[in-house]
Design a protein around this ligand. Sequence first.
Ligand SMILES: [Fe+2]
Length: 371
Amino acid sequence: MTRTFLAAEDVSACRLPLKEAATLPPVAYTDEGIWERERTRVLARGWLPLARVDQVPGAGDYLSADLAGEPVMVVRGDDGTVRVLSRVCRHRSALVAEGHGCRKLFTCPYHAWSYDTKGNLVRAPLMEGAEGFDPAGLGLREIRSEIWEGFVMATLDEEAPAFAPQVSGLADYFENYRLGDFHVARTLDYSHDWNWKVLAENFMEAYHHIATHSATLEPGFHARDSQVPDTDQPWSILHMPAADREAPQPPVPGLEDWQLRDLVAAIAFPGLLLAVQGPFVAWYQMVPLAPGRLDLKIHLCFPYWMQGMEEYGAIVDGAEASMRAVHEEDIAANDLVWTGLKAPLSRAGRLSPLEKSIWQMNQWWLDQMGF
Ligand SMILES: [Fe+2]
């Protein structure tokens, strides 16, 4: 079945105060019609992270991405500016680039139209006979973007409110961590057969530490201690205090003791997901592809100053091992959720008061969807 609405009683149940609220109903995750509406209203109109600027350090460096169905690339121009450009050729719509690399020209493999690193059409062979043909108006389309704390954020919506003011409270919370000074040290690639909200919700609650991560995260970060500040802005913060308040940590300039010990997850709706602990950031980059399909890159990020440390390689290896272990546990849980959501008798459930981040995102999602 495809639909473009949710049942009124399901919306009302989600809209109740947290202590009484229900989850979104299963169709919000599984239905093709809801997905199409979501792609237009949530993913195309929202701001999504496509790269970090450190991933395209030199002129001509580019990284392909998918922005709500639009094939795009993040490119550093020969003028040093990072832009987001559509990868769709202005001639017959073939893709002019895939993957990542470094180029002076993006030449379409179909008829060799060539674009420079700013997206200008600089060569269109054998077009001499075309009347009124003006290359000036046929550059690769530039997508609206903003650099926020080193993240290249982009939206397909020309009218969307600017990103930075929407997340000013989030920026204040993370000010000491200096997120702009981080770089991607390693990337772990995954593909999952779930709706993207299954991943986002799993990321934003510590309640499941008691079962899914009973041997990994729960001993260090008790589910019952997790806290979520109130906010009416389009983001949520999940603060997971460390169980061992006395755990010694090597000091990091600018960070307070609790910031070294505690784990903090943050989401800027709909798709900037960060888990932060002292001088470590795990950036979960989701690419929703279908109602039940997403690509996920887990980027392990560290501040530049750590690169010079003798044990840096071992630190990155250690982060990879623990992130993989925890994510394997989450994969197992999310696979079960996805199977259950698709079941004929599946209905909305009750949220725990520990799942305030999910509740916060649900309110925002219902607003964006016009429900
Ligand atoms: Fe988890």
